[in-house]
Design a protein around this ligand. Structure first.
Ligand code: ADP
Length: 427
């Protein structure tokens, strides 16, 4: 078992791509930590730096309290499983799993025992005498996992090990990975872009975007209390409604969020009211999950929005409604694209210069973004201006109906214009 500490770790690839930017993170002894984020956000780079396969440009890596920046990969006692766990084609399953122990000249009876035990845990005990070419994708990944873990490494690193498998196999193997790794108590860092995998597997999730750590916490913390608009949007299979609102405090009586045709008011007793009021005269971003909105009759007088149903979408287990409410949704603010060259932007100390940091400062949504007709779902049947409402398994409206939705004020999330929470979550 082992702990991993990353302290302001930066990776600039030759050619000048800033792939990981001053990232600090810790995996505790025996913890299952998931690195989650969209493709290209720097997850694999981070994992490869921990394994010693990629050099760290700046910052420190500590493994089990030992400074490891310059430790050779073989001295790190780390095992890795990749997307395509490559196996030795001419060795049997047994021979593949046993290989690391045979190289280490372990006692043959111990090797036999360990291979049998692991193959049972991984449900491949009936394939031990077969060659990899005769196995399914899921079985091959199980063998790769067995081979990685057979010598009981201190640290287990997995890079999208399930992404090449079909949905059923992914679910099955996901549960097995979870129980195997937990029963062995090996510290595990697992890379994925799949939010369901992250939520179901992790003790804690670290979310990255464009090389920058966005948030880290337990799955429930990250889902219910996200630190940034990006995290809220990324962990939301139904899409987040993100709206711009002006902040007003009329006669200091309450805090008003002004969406143009719609308004919401928060009493001073609301724990967020003071933080929001600091933006009086300015704008904030308001995040609403589609299941924080509920259809109500026209006579409803509580906090609500109204509009016309532009489209209904059937998702099997639920219906989603797209309401035209006259409130343009804004794009989720993102850190700037890290793939810009940082060559020449580093000063004599090797640090990224202040000027370059400013160039990399977060992007505030422009008005033209709000006008844009969005392709922000696969369906293409609605626009960015639509408010997405979860209806459950009954479509209570028809296309073209006038509709009113109650807003659960306890579930709205309020961000500054760069996407940071106004009331930062405690971790
Ligand atoms: P992820 O695992 O999140 O998909 P990666 O860590 O593989 O992302 O890549 C992060 C960024 O670094 C990407 O923009 C990628 O194109 C870039 N990158 C990765 N490897 C190299 C390399 N060897 N040279 C230059 N750029 C690279």
């Amino acid at each position: 078992m082992s702990s991993v500490v990353l302290d302001k770790v930066t990776k600039v690839y030759p050619g000048g791509y800033l792939a990981v930017d001053r990232l600090s993170l810790q995996a505790d002894d025996g913890e299952f930590l998931v690195l989650l984020g969209p493709s290209g956000c720097g997850k694999s780079t981070l994992l490869r730096m921990i394994a010693g396969l990629e050099e760290i440009t700046e910052g420190d890596l500590w493994l089990d309290g030992e400074m490891a920046n310059h430790l050779a990969p073989r001295d790190r006692d780390v095992a890795m499983v990749f997307q395509n766990g490559a196996l030795y084609p001419h060795r049997t399953v047994r021979g593949n799993i046993a290989f690391p122990l045979e190289i280490a000249k372990s006692d043959p009876s111990m090797v036999r025992e360990r291979v049998t035990e692991l193959s049972k845990a991984l449900h491949i005990d009936e394939t031990l005498d077969r060659r990899p070419g005769t196995l399914s994708g899921g079985q091959r990944q199980r063998v790769a996992m067995g081979r990685a873990i057979v010598r009981q490494p201190k640290l287990f690193l997995m890079d999208e090990p399930l992404s090449n498998l079909d949905a059923g196999m992914r679910t099955e193997l996901r549960m097995e990975i979870s129980s195997l790794v937990r029963s062995l108590g090996v510290t595990t860092i697992y890379v994925t872009h799949d939010q369901v995998e992250a939520l179901t597997l992790a003790d804690r999730i670290a979310i990255l975007n464009r090389g920058v750590l966005q948030d880290v916490g337990t799955p429930a913390q990250i889902y219910n209390d996200p630190a940034t608009a990006f995290v809220a949007a990324f962990l939301n299979s139904q899409q987040l409604n993100l709206l711009a609102a002006g902040v007003r405090t009329p006669q200091n009586q309450y805090v008003m969020l002004d969406f143009g045709p719609h308004r919401l008011t928060l009493p001073w007793s609301d724990p967020r009211a003071y933080a929001i009021s600091q933006h009086t005269g300015g704008q904030v971003l308001v995040g609403l999950r589609p299941d924080g909105l509920a259809p109500v009759p026209e006579s409803y007088e509580g906090p609500s929005f109204y509009g016309r149903v532009r489209a209904l979408e059937y998702h099997g287990h639920e219906w989603l409604a797209y309401l035209e409410c006259g409130m343009p949704a804004v794009p989720v603010p993102e850190p700037p694209d890290q793939r810009r060259r940082v060559n020449g932007a580093r000063n004599g100390t090797g640090k990224v210069s202040g000027m370059m940091r400013r160039l990399f400062s977060p992007r505030v949504p422009e008005p033209q973004d709000q006008e844009q007709v969005g392709q922000n779902t696969n369906s293409g049947i609605h626009r960015r201006s639509d408010l997405i409402v979860r209806l459950g398994n009954r479509p209570v409206w028809r296309t073209g109906d006038a509709a009113k939705v109650a807003v659960d004020l306890s579930r709205i999330m309020i961000f500054t214009s760069d996407g940071t929470r106004i009331d930062p979550p405690r971790r």
